[in-house]
Ligand binder design. Structure first.
Ligand code: ACO
Length: 362
């Protein structure tokens, strides 16, 4: 039986939750293990602190904790969830992804669990997937999780961790400092976290729910942000030579990513609004990916949006990749910036290149 678009249910966000690990790392702690300064990090990125997990705590662990918080916030019974979508670029294992691991940690019965990996745009892709699952009638109650443990990608050895946390006195030997400093433009930007939302099919004709999305991908831009090693393009997928040369660590041309983010995030936000017959004037809140405060300030200026229509929290958490959009939305909502009925755009750009914007009336 075909359904007219007007009669399709919308995906209404019922609840949102987050999980931030307990180890708070400020810029001066990173300066103990690499050639960087608090001043450089603040000026170039806006970041002041980020949070790290204890060793052994995985993306699925953080994701499950955020999911529990989102389920509690939504007031639904966890058993009602009939689909899980999980975005992460740092899954617990090469395979399987984190979706079923979260299902198992939550003690849920058998259900479809889909893993998506669009890096910093992962949660935006997840929102579109949730919208499609609910509109099509495939699912009625969907859990969307974004979780990333970037400390697992940090190429620093045990002695560096001891010095970073102040358990051992520095300085580190020059060769270790030099090795760590090779990755300073990346390491200082990232933190660990998870965020989750519960969506339910909403049949009322009140305009609430996910309204639409515009997403893009462009493999021609792969080289500006990717991990050269640790994949099927290599045989074996990872070996000591790759580890020794740093090829299992992301490569990033920060300036190129910056330039693309400041132009494409505003453009795609305006595009999704226009596609839904709306304008920037109608927007109550813009939640952007948090990769660099300067990127978001430039994007805000390009859209001429007032400060109360934008929320940034990169200062506290750094870039938490798939967790960023729900973590930022959660805080904005706590501050009263996203009351019921408000129009929110979720906009992101990241490795792939993937970018896009999703519109939701909360
Ligand atoms: N501390 C001190 N100095 C540093 C550091 C550091 N942590 N990192 C780099 N530098 C140095 C560089 O070596 C360079 O030195 P040089 O002039 O002697 O050569 C100088 O600072 C300037 O380096 P740039 O890379 O040109 O600095 P820039 O102002 O571009 O800032 C940054 C770098 C913060 C990475 C910025 O380019 C950025 O944020 N880009 C976007 C990142 C992003 O959006 N990533 C996408 C999301 S991630 C995802 O999808 C997984």
């Amino acid at each position: 039986m075909s359904q007219s678009r007007a009669s399709m249910p919308r995906a209404l966000m019922m609840g949102c939750g987050t999980e931030v690990p307990s180890i708070r790392v400020d810029n001066s702690m990173l300066a103990r293990i690499m050639d960087t300064t608090d001043e450089w990090i603040r000026e170039r990125s806006g970041i002041e602190t980020r949070y790290y997990v204890e060793p052994g705590v995985s993306s699925a662990d953080l994701g499950a904790a955020a999911a529990r918080a989102a389920i509690a916030d939504s007031g639904i019974d966890a058993e009602e969830i009939d689909y899980i979508v999980c975005a992460t670029m740092t899954p617990d294992h090469y395979f399987p992804g984190a979706g079923t691991l979260i299902q198992e940690r939550l003690g849920l019965g058998k259900l479809p669990a889909l893993d998506i990996r669009q890096q910093c745009a992962g949660y935006a892709y997840g929102l579109q997937t949730v919208d499609a699952l609910i509109r099509s009638g495939i699912a009625r109650t969907v859990l969307l999780v974004g979780c990333d443990v970037h400390t697992s990608l940090m190429p620093v050895g045990p002695e560096s961790w001891e010095v970073l946390y102040g358990r051992e006195e520095g300085p580190l030997p020059p060769e270790i400092l030099e090795w760590n400093s090779r990755f300073r433009h990346l390491v200082v930007l990232f933190g660990d976290a998870a965020g989750a939302m519960v969506f339910r099919a909403h049949d009322a004709d009140d305009g609430r729910g996910i309204l639409g999305s515009v997403l893009y991908g462009d493999g021609n831009r792969k080289e500006i942000l990717y991990v050269p090693g640790a994949g099927s393009a290599r045989r074996p997928w990872v070996d000591e030579a790759q580890l020794a040369s740093g090829e299992s660590v992301p490569v990033m041309d920060g300036r190129q990513v910056f330039k693309l983010a400041v132009t494409r995030m505003p453009r795609v936000t305006m595009e999704v609004l226009e596609k839904n017959g709306l304008t920037l004037e109608d927007l109550d809140l813009l939640v952007m990916h948090q990769a660099n405060l300067r990127i978001n300030e430039a994007a805000q200026r390009a859209m001429k949006l007032a400060d109360d229509k934008v929320h940034n929290n990169i200062q506290k958490y750094g870039n938490t990749t798939s967790a960023t959009l729900p973590l930022c939305f959660y805080e904005a909502r706590e501050e009263g910036k996203a009351p019921e009925g408000s129009l929110v755009a979720f906009t992101a750009l990241g490795a792939g290149l993937h970018w896009g914007s999703v519109l939701m009336r909360v």
